[in-house]
Design a protein around this ligand. Structure first.
Ligand code: RNT
Ligand code: ZN
Length: 427
C-alpha cells in the first residue's frame, strides 16, 4: 500500500469510529479549514525587526539561543514564512510588529506610516495571507527605563501615544486592503523591578494614554484594537502597570478586544478557564497561544493539556467567531521555520481534536448529572484516532503528512538558511 492509500484507509476507519460516537468528521474538517491562525512574524528573527539595531532586545522580552539562519531582511523573513505556511494545512494570517517595516533610512516609531508596510501589504495580497499588527513598545531608547505609555515624563508618553496612533492607521490600511479587520494588539512592558510607591499613578497614566490613542473611532471592519495584560516580566517582577484586572476593566469599559497570553499568568493559572468568563463582558478575545516553562519563557507551543483545554473551551463555548487565535513564542535554539511548523501544527491539531469531540453528548451527561459518563467519555477521547484524521487533512490540503515536513525544513536549511551569517551572533 502506498503512503497515500494508507492515509486514506486509516481516515476511513477513523471516520467510522467517530461516527459511532455521533461525530461527523467532514463537518469538523470543514470548520477547521475556516479557522485562520495568526502566525507571529517574530519567531523568524528573534524579535529583532528591521530598524537596524538587531541584538538589542530587552524591555521585558528575552530570546535565548543562537541557532544559525535568523532572517535578517524582510525578503528573507517572507521567504522563511512561505516555507512555514507550506508546511501547515489551511489558510492562515500573519501577525506583524511595527519594527518589521521596511525602512529606507531612520524613521522613528512616532513617524511610521503605511509606506513602510507597503511591501508587506503587497505580499499579503499576492499570497492571500491577511495581516494583523502590533505597535512595538520595546527595543527603543525611549523604553529603556521600562516605561512607555505610563511614563512619568509627558514628552515620552506623547512619543508613544503618537506611535500607537500611527500603528492604528497602518492597521486600518491593512484591513482596508485585505477586506477584513486587522487586529492591532497593544502590549507595553511598563512596570517596576521593585516595590512601587504608587501602583495607582502609572495605571492612571496608562489609561489616559490609551484613551488618547483610541480617541479616533476607526471602522471595526478595518481594525480592531486589542490590549494585552501581563502579571510580571523581566525587570518588572514586582509590578506591571497593565495587569489582568487593569486590561479586563479597560477592555470592558472601552469595548476593546482583550488579549490573553498563555504565558502571562501565575505558572498554575490557565487562560483556558478565563475564556468563557471574559467573553461574557468583552466583545472578542485575542489569544497569544504560547508556552511558559517556569516563567513567561515563550517556548514553542506543544500538544499540552493546556493547549487542548484552550481549544476545547473555544469550541465548547461556540466562540470560534469571537476568538482570534494568535501565536506568541520565540525560540532561537532550534530551526526557526521548524518552530513555526511545530507550534502552528499543534495549535491546529488541538483545535481539530476539540472539533471532533462529541460535545453534545458530553453536555447531555452533564445536564443529567451523569458525571461518571462525562469523565469516562472525555477520557475515551484521548485515544480516538485523531492522527488519522489530521494526516488526511494535511494530505488533502497539500501539506506534508506526519514528520515529512521536517525533511522540507532540512532541505531549505541546507539550501538557504544555513549559509546566512548573522553579524549579531558572530560578534
Ligand atoms: C510580551 C507579550 C507580547 C510580545 C510580542 C512580541 O510579554 O507577550 O505579546 O511577546 O508582542
Ligand atoms: Zn503575547
Amino acid at each position: 500500500m502506498s503512503n497515500s492509500s494508507q492515509v486514506r484507509a486509516a481516515f476511513e476507519l477513523a471516520t467510522e469510529q467517530y461516527a459511532s460516537q455521533g461525530v461527523d468528521v467532514t463537518t469538523a474538517l470543514e470548520r477547521l479549514s475556516r479557522v485562520a491562525i495568526s502566525v507571529h512574524c517574530w519567531q523568524g528573527d528573534d524579535v529583532a525587526g528591521f530598524e537596524g539595531q538587531a541584538g538589542t532586545l530587552g524591555d521585558g522580552l528575552a530570546v535565548t539561543g543562537n541557532y544559525p539562519g535568523r532572517a535578517r531582511t524582510a525578503s528573507e523573513l517572507r521567504s522563511d514564512l512561505e516555507i512555514a505556511y507550506s508546511l501547515i494545512p489551511g489558510k492562515h494570517r500573519l501577525n506583524l510588529h511595527a519594527i518589521y517595516g521596511e525602512f529606507a533610512g531612520p524613521v522613528d516609531r512616532d513617524e511610521i506610516g503605511v509606506e513602510q508596510f507597503q511591501g508587506w501589504i503587497d505580499w499579503s495580497r499576492d499570497r492571500n495571507i491577511d495581516l494583523d499588527f502590533n505597535p512595538s513598545y520595546f527595543s527603543h531608547s525611549k523604553a529603556s527605563d521600562g516605561f512607555t505609555l505610563a511614563h512619568a515624563d509627558a514628552g515620552i508618553r506623547q512619543f508613544w501615544i503618537d506611535h500607537g496612533i500611527a500603528c492604528r492607521k497602518i492597521a486600518a490600511a491593512m484591513g482596508a486592503a485585505q477586506g477584513n479587520a486587522c487586529v492591532n494588539n497593544f502590549w507595553v512592558p511598563d512596570g517596576y523591578k521593585d516595590t512601587p510607591a504608587s501602583r495607582k499613578a502609572p495605571r492612571e497614566r496608562l489609561a489616559n494614554s490609551l484613551d488618547a490613542i483610541f480617541a479616533e473611532q476607526l471602522p471595526r471592519h478595518q481594525t480592531l484594537d486589542a490590549v494585552e495584560c501581563k502579571l510580571f516580566g523581566i525587570g518588572s517582577e514586582s509590578y506591571v502597570v497593565g495587569s489582568h484586572e487593569f486590561y479586563l476593566g479597560y477592555a470592558i469599559s472601552r469595548n476593546k478586544v482583550l488579549c490573553l497570553d498563555a504565558g502571562h499568568f501565575h505558572p498554575t493559572e490557565v487562560i483556558s478557564d478565563k475564556i468563557s468568563s471574559a467573553l461574557m463582558y468583552v466583545p472578542e478575545l485575542l489569544l497569544h497561544v504560547s508556552r511558559g516553562v517556569r516563567w513567561d519563557s515563550d517556548h514553542v507551543v506543544t500538544y499540552s493539556d493546556e493547549l487542548q483545554s484552550i481549544m476545547q473551551e473555544i469550541v465548547r463555548g461556540e466562540f470560534l467567531d469571537r476568538v482570534h487565535i494568535g501565536l506568541d513564542f520565540f525560540d532561537a535554539s532550534i530551526n526557526r521555520v521548524a518552530a513555526w511548523a511545530i507550534g502552528t501544527r499543534n495549535a491546529l491539531k488541538a483545535l481539530l481534536a476539540a472539533l471532533l469531540e462529541p460535545t453534545e453528548t458530553l453536555r447531555r451527561f452533564e445536564r443529567e448529572g451523569d458525571l461518571t459518563a462525562r469523565l469516562a467519555l472525555m477520557e475515551e477521547q484521548k485515544t480516538m484516532p485523531l492522527g488519522a484524521v489530521w494526516n488526511h487533512y494535511c494530505e488533502s490540503s497539500g501539506a506534508p503528512v506526519g514528520a515529512e515536513w521536517l525533511e522540507k525544513v532540512r532541505q531549505y536549511e541546507n539550501d538557504v538558511t544555513a549559509s546566512r551569517c548573522d553579524a549579531s551572533v558572530m560578534a
